[in-house]
Write a new protein. Structure first.
Length: 349
């Protein structure tokens, strides 16, 4: 099969790799219908995270189940499924508490399962999914092909944006600032709107992303940064800062911006994959009674709820995809996102 392999900094290639097969009786093999490049993949692409040897990459996909192990009971051959970006057994204490991102048998696509057996990356033609019953979410209703991009966002970016909003306690009447205008940040805007926030300030310097943020529910755009941005936010909100700030980047600068935008007693929901030395200033949080929550999103917990709204047309997060390419052009997909020529790129095997 064809698969996207990262060899090192800005060195992405599409190569022939063995097609995955069932290994454990709880496995499924899925034929990928659509995958995509994630902003977190760019940390490896840019060399922020090193690559010791060539490895498959990608963790977001939807597809058709091709085969299942003997112990799989809920997922069937032929099902169209959404896969979260991690696998989960569905039975451990973390899973039972809705925190599948810390499953006892957590594994990542493109890495290895809990038994040390390699897993294909999602940016390929086929993927073996461990613990299929606990990981995959079947779409049991008929749907239009045009919904595939939105269904794909549930595997990560929409679920992650939702996690930021939930972690920050966003609800009806809330004032919200979103730090980051990538796909996760834009989905966080949509999530905040969906949860009833009445004032949503998107921080962005790019006209195309600003426009989409407004269509997703942003009421205001702030292009400034640092203390100047905090001053603008205060003015927009009538002399106070935001109830909730959703941090969707993961750098020191983005976290500092988030903390500068939240009011005393407010909450920060952080979901940006950490890079660049981000830290929490405990004394500042203590003095201002600021709560921080978030981390890696338990996408498997959120997909069923968000799926209802995608299928009904209530939300259309697939609009974050502004470029679609064949799998064979994965290198261009990475370059386009790295150079900010695209918000998010959808790949079709």
């Amino acid at each position: 099969m064809l698969a996207t392999i990262i060899h090192g900094e800005r060195d992405v290639r599409v190569e022939e790799r063995p097609k995955p097969e069932l290994v454990e009786p709880t496995d499924a093999v899925v034929r990928v219908v659509a995958a995509c490049v994630c902003g977190s993949d760019l940390w490896t692409y840019r060399g922020v995270r090193s690559v010791a040897s060539p490895k498959p990459i990608g963790h977001e996909f939807v597809g058709i189940v091709e085969s299942v192990g003997d112990s799989v009971s809920d997922i069937r051959i032929g099902d169209f499924v959404i896969s979260p970006f991690t696998s989960s057994d569905g039975t451990c204490p973390s899973c039972l508490h809705g925190m599948q991102a810390t499953c006892d048998h957590l594994s990542f696509f493109g890495a290895k399962d809990t038994n040390g057996v390699p897993l294909a990356g999602a940016q390929g033609e086929f993927v073996r999914v461990p613990f299929a019953d606990g990981t995959l979410v079947p779409v049991t209703e008929d749907f239009d092909e045009a919904l595939v991009p939105s269904l794909l966002t549930l595997s990560d970016v929409m679920s992650t944006g939702h996690h930021a909003a939930v972690s920050a306690g966003v609800g009806p009447g809330a004032t919200v600032v979103v730090v980051g205008d990538g796909a996760v940040g834009l989905c966080a805007v949509l999530a905040a709107s969906r949860l009833g926030a009445t004032r949503i300030i998107a921080m962005s310097r790019h006209e195309d992303r600003q426009a989409l943020a407004r269509e997703f529910g942003a009421t205001d755009i702030v292009a400034e940064r640092g203390a100047e941005a905090a001053s603008v936010i205060r003015d927009l909100l009538g002399g106070v800062l935001a109830d909730a700030v959703l941090e969707a980047v993961g750098t020191r600068e983005s976290m500092e911006q988030a903390l500068a935008a939240v009011r005393p007693g407010g909450r920060v929901g952080y979901v940006g994959v950490p890079a660049g030395g981000a830290e929490f200033p405990i004394q500042f949080l203590f003095d201002n009674n600021i709560s921080i929550a978030g981390g890696m999103a338990p996408a498997r917990a959120y997909i069923p709820e968000l799926l209802v709204d995608v299928l009904s047309g209530a939300i259309d997060p697939g609009r974050v995809f502004d470029l679609e390419l064949p799998l064979t052009e994965s290198a261009e997909a990475y370059a386009a996102m790295d150079e900010r020529r695209a918000i998010k790129v959808l790949l079709r095997p």
